[in-house]
Ligand binder design. Structure first.
Ligand code: SF4
Length: 315
């Protein structure tokens, strides 16, 4: 009997300790999180077609978020690759917020494909600027330089607007690809680290001065929907004991914004679904902040916050 009572006491103490450890915890959602307007616009466009019962083929993952993609696929969205375009004659194909190079529009036209263009208006504007620089700089051998992730869909679209001649740089050591004696037109992929772009631009400028060449135009093209979140995110990460950052595994802006959280608060954790959450992260902490990438849907962020409140803090 004694041992049973002991076990009962032990279990009681364990439950009580959980209660004490979690009970006063507050979970807050970052008010700036959720889809950026470009992704929101694209999702709504696709959703309108899917609701009308049409089959929509999307050229690549519409958004770098697995949970949102699963939802869209359940509504009938089918993801296809560029190499499959020639098999989709007469179909409806969706172009994502990242945008596409001119060759994709031409292929779609050749195969009589009905395009739903979900390109973010900010990306379209950037593509046009790159195209203008490329055309107007031909006579002077101007080099279009793009600070971006090689292989990223947006970069492919931007480079396509420079006749696929752009020099893609993602780090300082890539600057050796640039001929600083020739004119340079510098741009950034919209979702890159704004501070890193500033230092890359400063280095390009320094090299141009050394080469006695002043023909440099720097375009500030990091999207404000990303860069505008940085100061608020720093405050948010500093205000909470633990930060849960929700993002897709391939989200460039997710990795970037999470890095900001981690710099400010080492107890920041990147998750892509509820299964990634470890209850130990919250032990002996009082405040939890939940934030996410510009490609993370608001509903998923709310689901994560509510899961932490319901099953982790008050199991
Ligand atoms: S991050 Fe900016 S540029 Fe990219 S889709 Fe969103 S609003 Fe558009």
């Amino acid at each position: 009997m004694e041992s049973v009572d002991f076990l009962k006491d032990d279990a009681f103490i364990f439950v009580l300790s959980l209660f004490i450890r979690y009970t006063s915890m507050i979970v807050t959602i970052d008010p700036d999180s959720g889809f950026c307007f470009g992704v929101n616009h694209a999702i709504h466009l696709a959703d309108d077609e899917l609701r009308a019962g049409k089959t929509v083929f999307c050229l690549g993952e519409m958004v770098h978020n697995e949970a949102q993609m699963d939802l869209l696929k359940s509504k009938g969205l089918k993801v296809v690759s560029h190499s499959e375009l020639n098999t989709l004659k007469g179909s409806t194909v969706f172009f994502r917020a990242h945008g596409e190079p001119p060759i994709t529009f031409q292929t779609a036209k050749d195969f009589d494909i009905n395009i739903i263009d979900g390109t973010c208006p900010i990306v379209t504007k950037l593509q046009q600027k790159i195209n203008d620089s490329f055309r107007s700089g031909k006579d002077s051998n101007a080099q279009v330089v793009i600070f971006g992730k090689p292989g990223h869909a947006e970069v492919a679209g931007l480079n396509g607007n420079a006749g696929n001649t752009a020099i893609i740089v993602s780090k300082e050591s890539d600057l050796t690809k640039i001929d600083f004696t020739k004119p340079v037109r510098l741009f950034s992929q919209t979702t890159m680290d704004a501070e890193m772009y500033q230092s890359i631009a400063a280095l390009v400028q320094k090299n141009m001065i050394e080469a006695t060449n002043s023909d440099l135009i720097i375009t500030k093209s990091v999207c404000r929907q990303v860069s505008g979140r940085i100061s608020g995110l720093r405050v948010f990460a500093g205000e909470n004991d633990v930060v849960i950052f929700v993002g897709g595994n391939n989200s460039a802006n997710g990795a970037y914004l999470f890095g900001i959280c981690k710099q400010i608060n080492p107890k920041s954790y990147y998750i892509s679904n509820l299964g990634d959450i470890d209850p130990q992260w919250f032990v002996n902490h009082e405040t939890v902040g939940v934030s996410g990438a510009t490609s993370t849907p608001g509903w998923l962020i709310e689901q994560v916050a509510s899961y932490i409140e319901t099953f982790v803090i008050n199991p």
